[in-house]
Design a protein around this ligand. Structure first.
Ligand code: ADP
Length: 248
């Protein structure tokens, strides 16, 4: 029996009219993966993430999460199975603190719209879990600072904390370090790489230094198709990849 992959696509594709934005993609994410999705602008990376999360319906192929076919499931259904994503855009409430932001995200997961009216014990558990998440994301010393006052890199970390509040098995990150100053992006990726190994992670990233430092596998997407996949050392020395990036 073959091992169960965290996520696997077969022949996945989507066309907009006659344009094949993503075509014939076989992508595998192993349990505990720290996998980068790279490729030039317009290669189809965000479109592929949108297919995985259910924002777009494929015009070809299939997606499996573990041993379950999720191709026909909605975004919400996939999220409930443990598929989480963060977005390129900032989706935080500027006046909330990180602690309250995470408490609300956990409450949402638990269906605790009225957390405040629940027994104190449950409320304490939610705050404890939120605090533990902030520690993991290295945000605990900023737990009570309004989001608007956080450095941009810390805001991006909080976005990841909110995604983690859903207790996902798979985390898809679309350029988590976009807009983050260079001196903060290394720490951001350190935190991502150190997340528990029962979370499989696929991230889009343009900065090759970060990709080579923090991924254990790289998938290269060019014109909607997987050009090649492999360990960072293999990808770094692949002449086809160099050609795509350096144009020689
Ligand atoms: P990347 O993330 O690699 O920069 P994208 O996935 O954003 O690339 O885009 C891939 C291509 O698909 C682009 O040419 C884009 O214009 C096209 N595309 C994405 N979404 C749509 C859509 N809803 N309708 C038409 N074209 C789209």
């Amino acid at each position: 029996m073959s091992a169960v992959h965290a996520l696997q696509t077969r022949g996945l594709g989507i066309s907009f009219g006659a344009f094949h934005a993503v075509a014939d993609v076989d992508l595998t994410l192993e349990p505990g993966a720290r996998q980068a999705l790279i490729g030039p602008n317009g290669a189809g990376k965000t479109t592929l993430i949108n297919l995985l999360t259910g924002v777009y319906r494929p015009t070809a192929g299939s997606i499996r999460m573990g041993d379950q076919d999720i191709t026909a499931l909605s975004c919400d259904q996939r999220a409930r199975l443990g598929l989480a994503r963060t977005f390129q855009i900032n989706t935080l409430f500027p006046s909330l603190t990180p602690l309250l932001s995470v408490v609300l995200a956990i409450s949402e997961r638990e269906g605790l719209a009225a957390t405040w009216w629940r027994p104190l014990k449950r409320c304490t558990q939610v705050f404890d879990e939120a605090h533990a998440l902030l520690v993991r994301l290295r945000l605990d010393d900023l737990a009570n600072v309004p989001v608007a006052q956080l450095a941009y890199g810390k805001q991006r970390l909080l976005e990841i904390a909110l995604a983690l509040a859903a207790r996902p098995r798979i985390l898809l990150l679309d350029e988590p370090a976009a807009g983050v100053p260079e001196d903060e992006s290394g720490e951001l990726f350190e935190v991502i790489a150190d997340l528990p190994k029962d979370i499989s992670i696929l991230f889009i990233e343009h900065d090759m230094n970060l990709v080579f430092r923090f991924s254990r596998r790289i998938s290269v997407l060019v014109a909607g198709r997987i050009l090649t996949e492999g360990a960072p050392a293999e990808i770094g020395s692949d002449p086809r990849v160099r050609e795509v990036y350096l144009g020689n």
